[in-house]
Ligand binder design. Structure first.
Ligand code: ATP
Ligand code: MG
Length: 351
């Protein structure tokens, strides 16, 4: 069971960044979210582990160990947290790192949980240190130490909290402090999806939303979804718009081709922001190396968005490299953008 009212807390106070979605998208996301493991496509190893942990915890009548999911935005971390709570038939309370401003915010959430409940902290790498410190004893001893009063009369009061399971999610595992990381019993990395898995997700979502899509069109569209379910669902909705207005409702290969072109999404799935970044590195900085803040200034995109949202996919696709001296476009990037003429001489600079 999930406390629906708490979903609204997810965005409270959180800074708009790579992982946040618009209100319209959020409605669709919740509608399309698989509610059980069997409907959750792909991530076979993660699912296998989680099923074992759930079964074992149920068998022993214990709460699930604290778990952290990490990986790029839109791969299904929040969805898994909800599935876990559902499988354990427990409540899930949702919040996020930036929404917890003071230790008292976390203390009040924790003390309102019941034994066995789940607390989901999205963007957990963005917790403020005083809040994070409260979490250490809460996770380990199910107790929190609060400072009561001010000045010489201040004293520490220990408060017991219910035995809860913390589910953390982060796009940037390296930003998590090691004391926090060490307190999680399970760490699961989510990977980008295979094309056939994205196609399955497109077909599942079409079915739920009653969208008509040809198999060949779903296959074609899957190639432009950056191996990410959230992007697949978003592009599917846009293709539906094109199909309804221009092609009597059916999404065909031609609709996908024209639709993607209108959205400036290329055949590798690079959108305008990705292309702009790559183009800047190739055209303005001779392929690099160039620092992140320089790229940020050149394209007017903030550093976090570049690091969390744009770069990981470009790196995965072999279009960009992260080096100690800065970011570098690869040979593939020059040819993908049709900028062979700008490739640095003899390519030695690139690799
Ligand atoms: N394995 C999956 N099978 C089917 N649909 C999925 C899967 N993973 C994610 N989705 C869909 O993608 C959407 C985004 O997933 P989710 O919100 O869980 O991603 P996230 O990893 O939490 O992203 P963020 O880092 O931005 O918070 C969901 O609405 C869900 O419909
Ligand atoms: Mg999420």
């Amino acid at each position: 069971m999930i406390e629906e009212e708490n979903f609204s807390q997810k965005t409270k106070g959180s800074v708009v960044g790579a992982s946040k979605v618009s209100a319209e998208s959020e409605v669709f996301e919740n509608k399309l979210r698989p509610k059980e493991f069997d409907h959750y496509v792909g991530q076979g190893d993660v699912k296998k582990n989680l099923k074992v942990f759930v079964e074992a915890a149920k068998k022993r009548g214990e709460t699930l160990d604290h778990t952290i999911f990490y990986g790029p935005p839109g791969l299904g971390k929040t969805t898994l947290a909800m599935i876990l709570a559902g499988e354990m038939t427990r409540q899930l309370r949702v919040t996020s790192g930036p929404a917890l401003e003071k230790p008292g915010d976390l203390a009040s959430i924790l003390s309102n949980l019941k034994d066995g409940d789940f607390l989901f902290i999205d963007e957990i790498h963005r917790l403020r240190m005083p809040v994070e410190e409260i979490l250490y004893t809460a996770m380990e001893d199910f107790a929190i130490d609060l400072v009561v009063g001010k000045g010489p009369s201040a004293r520490t009061m220990r408060l017991n909290v219910p035995r809860f399971t913390l589910i953390g999610a982060t796009t940037l595992m390296s930003r998590l402090s090691s004391p926090l990381r060490d307190r999680f019993g399970h760490t699961e990395k989510l990977r980008y999806y295979e094309l056939d898995e994205i196609q399955q997700i497109l077909e599942r979502s079409s079915h739920i939303l009653d969208i008509k899509i040809e198999e060949a069109a779903a296959k074609k569209l899957s190639q432009s979804c950056r191996c990410t379910p959230r992007i697949a669902n978003r592009l599917l909705r846009r293709m539906r718009d094109f199909a309804e207005i221009l092609h009597e409702g059916l999404i065909t290969e031609k609709v996908v081709e024209e639709g993607l072109k209108s959205l400036s999404v290329d055949e590798k799935g690079l959108d305008f922001a990705d292309q702009e970044l790559l183009r800047a590195v190739c055209e303005k900085f001779g392929g690099g190396p160039v620092g992140l803040s320089t790229i940020s200034a050149a394209i007017g995109e903030d550093v976090n968005t570049i690091e969390d949202m744009i770069e990981p996919f470009l790196i995965r696709e072999g279009l960009l490299q992260k080096t100690p001296r800065g970011r570098m476009a690869t040979e593939l990037a020059f040819s993908h953008l049709g900028l062979e003429n700008l490739k640095p001489e003899n390519g030695t600079k690139l690799f």
